[in-house]
Ligand binder design. Sequence first.
Ligand code: ACO
Length: 431
Amino acid sequence: MADTPKTATLTIGDTTLDLPIHSPTLGPDVLDIRKLYAQGKVFTYDPGFTSTAACDSAITYIDGDEGVLLHYGYPIDQLAGKSHYLEVCYLLLYGALPSAAELEHFETTITRHTMIHEQMHNFFRGFRRDAHPMATMVGVVGAMSAFYHDSTDISDAQQREVASHRLIAKMPTIAAMAYKYSIGQPFVYPRNDLDYAANFLHMCFSVPAEDYVVDPILARAMDRIFTLHADHEQNASTSTVRLASSSGANPFACIAAGIACLWGPAHGGANQACLEMLKEIGTPDRIPEFIARAKDKNDPFRLMGFGHRVYKNFDPRATVMKQSADEVLELMGVEDNPLLQVAKELEKAALEDPYFAEKKLFPNVDFYSGIILEAMGFPTSMFTPIFALSRTVGWISQWKEQLSDPAHKIGRPRQLYTGPTQRDYVDVENR
Ligand code: ACO
């Protein structure tokens, strides 16, 4: 017997509406309000989208109460432990784990697209040396549409595919170049004999006078950071990419929009803000003062790296990242670094504090990723660019999924208008 379709009944004045309810494969039911305005002449009001599903998607599932993150059904801890970034990229792009031959072919394709158009080097040189690498990345990635015309036609599946590969392959090169430029060192070309993560570390830390030999433990930790940030459902930057794409904008412009959104301290910028906060705290004896500030309603200060819109339990990525942090700190011999001591003490103090327990504020992925990146030798300004390069595959996969739906529409929210009612214009001399 077929299931009876579920509906919800909404009464507005004299009008009664039956609204369909959709059942997802996982997660809460979704009330379909698409006909609400046409039939009931009301809008829904949900600033911050706390109760709104803006699309349907098969890529990533999060259960924030249980601390679950799945990509096409595979738990993030299994992917971070047993897989690697490029395999996860394949999974996100194509919806299935690759065979050995498919993976080899994909890795070769990505590796062979890592160089950027040589003329783009001049573009980098137009920025001030002290530009934040995220500012450079927003500009350079947006400018890719001026360099790769043959992959901007979104109606052509082949061009969409090429744009996807180009973005995933070139983003580490662009991030590394933004870094090299900011510290006044020459650009380092990608190396095809290194894997994705090792190549990125090499482009960041090698100099012509002295080659940088990539430690496999660091490359593995870097790869894990990429994997843990690869996709995260309809977060702010991904929703920005989808909204930009809904107008038919080209992929490079859409990803540049995602990078811009990610930059904010409430999102990807939190890893930089977290490290800066740890430096400001300075010594463990000052932790109570900062915890008190975070709890004070009259003080806008928040503990950066704590709390999450969706996770009201431990962020499953943070659990893996914490293990990785211990490995890297041991390898680098910096377990006694004062900054890291502050981080450990702060984590302990916050987890024991009833305020954070009651509000379900746990350390998020950015709390630990900043510590690892600091230990690896990255300046704080590179933390968010590394997040951006990791998330590129998520943005691209969601963009691809959106475009593959022939029914997708331009994103156009409405509003609760609070301005003046209609009034007549007054000439300037009469005001
Ligand atoms: N420190 C102190 N109090 C906090 C914190 C924090 N880090 N985060 C939330 N709260 C408090 C709020 O003051 C609020 O208290 P109230 O209910 O008494 O008003 C309550 O917890 C809920 O906070 P909201 O801001 O309503 O939660 P929201 O889901 O909108 O925000 C966010 C989530 C933005 C991540 C928030 O927790 C935050 O600002 N954290 C710090 C920044 C950060 O680490 N961002 C990284 C997010 S993860 C990522 O992008 C990969």
